[in-house]
Design a protein around this ligand. Structure first.
Ligand SMILES: Cc1ncc(COP(=O)(O)O)c(C=O)c1O
Length: 373
C-alpha cells in the first residue's frame, strides 16, 4: 500500500533523539531548533518523561471517558497552578485543531450565534470550523466554505466593533503570537479593547495557545502579557512533548451540560501522564524563565545579522529576511545539520526549539548563518 502523499519531505530520517538533538540511521547529529513544529517542550526523550510513561503503561494505558480517571483532575489542578487560572474548567482532546473545533462549537452553544471573526494570516487547524477560521483558501474544501467566518486585520478596533455590532458573532478567535502566519502579534491596546468588546457584545473570545502555550512564550500563556481573561483558551503541541494531547480551558461563566462535548481518546491515561510529566519538568527546571533568558540571548546575537528583523517572543522566534528562506532552510539541514521552521510568510525563518535549548545551540545556529549568508 502507498502512503497518501500529502507531505513534501526533507531527505532526513530521524530514528533517535535526545534533548535538543535528533539522530539519523547513520548516526548523524542534527540540532533541532524546530521542535517538530513547536511540539517538543521539555526536550526529546527526557528521562522523567520516559519513566512516567513507562510506569503508566504498566498500570493502565486507556479507558473511555465513561468511567473516572483521576489523572484528568490532577492535570487540571497542575495546569491551574502553573497558569494561575484556577477558576477555569478543563476539557481534554487530542490535537490543536480538535481543541479549536471544540472551542468554536462551545462558543456557538453558549451564545446561540453562528458567525466567527478570525484574523488575516490566522492558522487554527484543518478540521471543519477550525480550517474555516484559517486564512488559507488552499486548505479549505467546498464543504468547509459553508462556515461563516469574517477575516479582519489585527489592530483595527473599529472594524472589529462594526462586526460585533451586527449581533451574530459567536466567537472572536486569535493567536496571541501567530505561528504558521509568521510571528505577527496584535498590539497590547488592541488585545485589551478586543476583550472589552467581546464582553460588551456577548461574544466568546478564544485565545488559540496551541503553539504559544505551555510556557513557550516566556509566560504560561502568551495572552497573559495583557492580563485579559479569554472565555476559552486552546492548547496542544507542547502540552504532551510529542504525545498527542490537546485541551481547552473554559471560563466559569460557561456552564457544561452532559453530552455538549465529547471524545473517545481525549484525556486518556497515557496522554494525561505525558502532560503531567511535562508540567513537572517545566516546574523543576524553571523552563519558563529559561525561555525568556534564551530569547534575550537570541536577540543579542540576531541583532548582528544585517537586514534580518527579529520576530516573536520567548522561544517562539523568527528572523524575517528580504528574501525567501526555503533554500536557506535546506542548506541549514543538509550542510549544517540544523532544523529550523518556515512559515506562510516565505521570508520568515522560524526558531521553535525545545525549551531546554542553551546558548551554545544558538551560537551554532549563528555560526552557520554567518557561513551561509
Ligand atoms: C496556532 C495553531 N492552532 C492550531 C493548530 C493545529 O494543531 P494540530 O496540527 O495539532 O491540529 C496549529 C498547528 O500548527 C497552530 O499552530
Amino acid at each position: 500500500m502507498k502512503l497518501f502523499d500529502v507531505y513534501p519531505l526533507y531527505k532526513v530520517c530521524p530514528i533517535k533523539a535526545k534533548d535538543v538533538y535528533v539522530y539519523d540511521e547513520a548516526g548523524t547529529e542534527y540540532l533541532d531548533l524546530y521542535g517538530g513544529h513547536a511540539v517538543i517542550s521539555v526536550g526529546h526523550s527526557h528521562p522523567h518523561y520516559i519513566n512516567r510513561l513507562q510506569e503508566q503503561l504498566q498500570d493502565i494505558a486507556f479507558y473511555s471517558n465513561a468511567v473516572e480517571n483521576p489523572l484528568q483532575q490532577q492535570l487540571a489542578d497542575e495546569i491551574g497552578e502553573q497558569s494561575c487560572l484556577h477558576e477555569y474548567q478543563l476539557f481534554l482532546c487530542s490535537s490543536g485543531a480538535e481543541a479549536n473545533e471544540n472551542a468554536l462549537k462551545l462558543a456557538s452553544f453558549h451564545t446561540g450565534k453562528k458567525r466567527v471573526v478570525a484574523f488575516k494570516n490566522a492558522f487554527h487547524g484543518r478540521t471543519s470550523a477550525a480550517v474555516a477560521a484559517t486564512d488559507n483558501q488552499n486548505i479549505n474544501a467546498p464543504l468547509n466554505q459553508q462556515q461563516r467566518v469574517t477575516f479582519i486585520p489585527f489592530n483595527d478596533a473599529e472594524i472589529l466593533k462594526n462586526e460585533l455590532q451586527k449581533g451574530d458573532i459567536c466567537a472572536v478567535i486569535f493567536e496571541p503570537i501567530q505561528g504558521v502566519g509568521g510571528l505577527d502579534q496584535p498590539e497590547d491596546d488592541f488585545v485589551i479593547k478586543m476583550e472589552q468588546l467581546c464582553y460588551q457584545y456577548e461574544t466568546a473570545l478564544i485565545a488559540d495557545e496551541v503553539q504559544s502555550g505551555f510556557s513557550r512564550s516566556g509566560t504560561f500563556f502568551a495572552f497573559q502579557n495583557n492580563n485579559i481573561k479569554p472565555h476559552i483558551i486552546t492548547m496542544a503541541k507542547g502540552m504532551g512533548n510529542g504525545f498527542p494531547i490537546g485541551g481547552i480551558l473554559v471560563h466559569p461563566d460557561i456552564r457544561p451540560k452532559y453530552g455538549m462535548l465529547g471524545t473517545t481518546f481525549g484525556g486518556n491515561h497515557m496522554a494525561c501522564t505525558a502532560s503531567l510529566a511535562v508540567l513537572e519538568i517545566l516546574k523543576k527546571n524553571k523552563l519558563q524563565k529559561h525561555a525568556k533568558e534564551m530569547e534575550v540571548y537570541f536577540r543579542s546575537k540576531a541583532e548582528k545579522i544585517k537586514g534580518a528583523k527579529i520576530k516573536g517572543r520567548g522561544l517562539m522566534l523568527g528572523l524575517e529576511f528580504d528574501f525567501e528562506v526555503g533554500n536557506l532552510r535546506k542548506r541549514l539541514i543538509y550542510e549544517k545539520q540544523i532544523f529550523t521552521g518556515g512559515s506562510s510568510n516565505k521570508n520568515v525563518l522560524r526558531i521553535l526549539p525545545p525549551l531546554t535549548v542553551q546558548k551554545v545551540h544558538f551560537d551554532q545556529l549563528f555560526e552557520a548563518l554567518k557561513d551561509i549568508l
